[in-house]
Each structure stands twice: as structure tokens, then as C-alpha cells.
Design a protein around this ligand. Structure first.
Ligand code: 6PG
Length: 230
């Protein structure tokens, strides 16, 4: 994996935003369209703030979610709330290009089916996302693929519902969809992530390592990188 380590979380986030902007510009040039999937959690907030200031051709960007918690609409626990407040509020992305995960339907299974259809209509079947941004949990989860949850082992679906994790049931993209993306960017900050980041590099033992993409880009701060061999 291509790792770069930065002094502070904000410097890490700024570089990650720059990387996403470069990838969007490259896809715009090569394919005239760019499908991006964004994760949730607290770590990407400053990355979204930086990205919102970039001059980007948003009209050619399709914005997907990597995962979403089945929290009430507009709840601070919804990943889309963070994306809306930190990225979308100041920029003008056509509504048709926004693809929030539908966690408010009568069942999450219905939401997974509907999101699969949207994903395939934009990214093909099997779907190929241009850029996927991922986070890492201290327990080794990525997306909403948590240790011990059956969702981690799903190889024959694009989107699945998970069990209740950290308060909420969730929808998540599956390992094969994430693994198939043209570009993968991990943004990992904070010393509590250090053991998980080390295991990601060792390539085994945690759900995040299931992706097995040696060409992924990893931006981490010094704290998260403490246990990496250098
Ligand atoms: C979520 C995520 C998840 C996240 C990690 C890290 O819904 O929680 O999308 O995969 O990236 O949990 O979260 P933090 O950035 O909050 O540590």
C-alpha cells in the first residue's frame, strides 16, 4: 500500500481532500464522469471541509455512500448528515448526482435492493466505483463491515444490511464492490487506530484487510502510524 504520514490530523485531511480532487479531475478527463463513495464517522469531517473549498466539476460527480446508519433522517448519527453539512452545504452538486443510502424504507433489505439498483445503473453490473474513501475503526472494521458480522463474508451482493453495531443497524457496500473500485483511499488518524492500521498493513485478522488491495493509498497521521514499521 502507498502510505504517507502527516504531522497532524488536519494536514492528513487536507492531503486526502487534495487526492480526491485529483482523482475527480482525472476521471473527468478520462471518462467524463466520476463515481465517488464516501464513508462516515468523525475522521473525514475536516477532509470534507477542505474538499468543499476545491474548485471541482461537481456536475460530473456521482456521490455515493460507503455505508449508512439506520438513524432518523437528519440525525447527527447519519453519515449523510456529516456529508451534507461539511461537504454539500457550500457546493453546488446537482441533486440527481446525490445518492444517499435509503435507510428509511420499511426494511433495510428493501433499502439494500434499491441502492443496488442505483449503483448498477450508474456504475455498471458488476458496479465499478472510480474512487472509494474508507475509514478504519479501532476494532478493525471498515465501511460497516464489523468483526463477527455476517456482512463481512458476503461475496454475492453489492449492498447489504448489517446487525446493530455501535447503536444502529446499517447498510453497507460489500467487500467485492469496495475491492473492485478503481482507486481506494484510506484516511486514518488518531492513536486509537494504531493497532488496527498495523493489522491492515499485515493484511489479515480484521475485516478491513479483506479488501486486499496493495495499490490502495493510505493517509495517516503520526499518531495512527505509531505501530507501523518504517
Ligand atoms: C461509520 C463508518 C465507519 C468509519 C469508521 C471510523 O459509519 O462509522 O463509515 O466505517 O469510517 O468507524 O470512524 P471514525 O472516523 O468516527 O473513527
Amino acid at each position: 500500500m502507498h502510505v504517507e504520514i502527516f504531522d497532524t490530523p488536519d494536514a492528513t485531511a487536507a492531503r486526502a481532500a487534495e487526492f480526491l480532487a485529483e482523482e475527480i479531475a482525472r476521471a473527468a478527463h478520462q471518462r467524463a464522469r466520476c463515481a465517488v463513495a464516501l464513508s462516515g464517522g468523525a475522521t473525514p469531517e475536516p477532509m470534507f471541509d477542505h474538499l468543499a473549498k476545491a474548485d471541482l466539476p461537481w456536475q460530473i460527480v456521482d456521490l455515493f455512500q460507503v455505508d449508512e446508519r439506520a438513524a432518523p433522517d437528519a440525525s447527527p448519527d447519519r453519515n449523510y448528515t456529516t456529508i451534507r453539512e461539511h461537504l454539500l452545504a457550500p457546493v453546488d452538486v446537482p441533486v440527481a448526482n446525490l445518492h444517499p443510502m435509503p435507510v428509511g424504507l420499511p426494511s433495510l433489505a428493501e433499502g439494500a435492493a434499491r441502492y443496488t439498483a442505483v449503483l448498477r445503473s450508474v456504475c455498471g453490473d458488476p458496479p465499478v466505483l472510480d474512487v472509494v474513501h474508507l475509514g478504519l475503526g479501532a476494532d478493525g472494521h471498515t465501511a460497516s463491515l464489523f468483526p463477527g458480522d455476517p456482512a463481512v463474508d458476503v461475496e454475492d451482493a453489492d449492498v447489504v444490511a448489517t446487525g446493530r453495531k455501535v447503536g444502529w443497524e446499517r447498510l453497507t457496500l460489500t467487500v467485492p464492490v469496495l475491492r473492485r473500485a478503481r482507486t481506494i483511499l484510506w484516511l486514518v488518524t488518531g492513536v486509537e487506530k494504531a493497532p488496527a492500521l498495523r493489522r491492515l498493513f499485515e493484511g489479515a485478522g480484521i475485516p478491513a484487510a479483506r479488501l486486499g488491495r496493495d495499490d490502495a493509498v493510505v493517509y495517516a497521521d503520526q499518531a495512527a502510524a505509531t505501530l507501523l514499521e518504517r
